[in-house]
Design a protein around this ligand. Structure first.
Ligand code: FES
Length: 115
């Protein structure tokens, strides 16, 4: 059985934008980045696989200057906004940890959790 946790209203996430949110999972505070892209919405743990730092130094600034890839603020690794795969930088071959999400009938992005 699945349950879901509301993350944010899609009205507050424009296409091509990303926002940081935090959820509590099994007693752990988990920072996530929620990304709206051409293929829908994705969510990843806000933690770079290279050195474990958050991707954003400035809150909610996740995209590179060209707006194509998520970019780590520490050493500039770049990630596919749909899959989270690292496409350039020191963590090539790795990726962001994905979290499954869906958009409900009211337009809320929800984190899907299996029970
Ligand atoms: S910590 Fe992200 S590229 Fe080094």
């Amino acid at each position: 059985m699945n349950t879901s946790i509301p993350l944010l209203d899609l009205d507050h996430l424009a296409p091509g934008q990303a926002r940081g949110v935090e959820v509590c999972l099994a007693g752990e505070r988990v920072p996530l980045v929620v990304v709206r892209h051409a293929r829908g919405v994705s969510a990843f743990r806000n933690r770079c696989p290279h050195a474990g730092t958050p991707l954003d130094w400035v809150p909610d600034v996740f995209f590179d200057p060209e707006g194509r890839f998520l970019q780590c603020a520490t050493h500039a690794a770049r990630f596919d906004p749909v899959t989270g795969a690292c496409v350039a930088g020191p963590c090539a071959g790795q990726g962001l940890e994905p979290f499954p999400v869906h958009v409900d009938a009211d337009g809320w992005v929800r984190l899907v959790r299996e029970r």
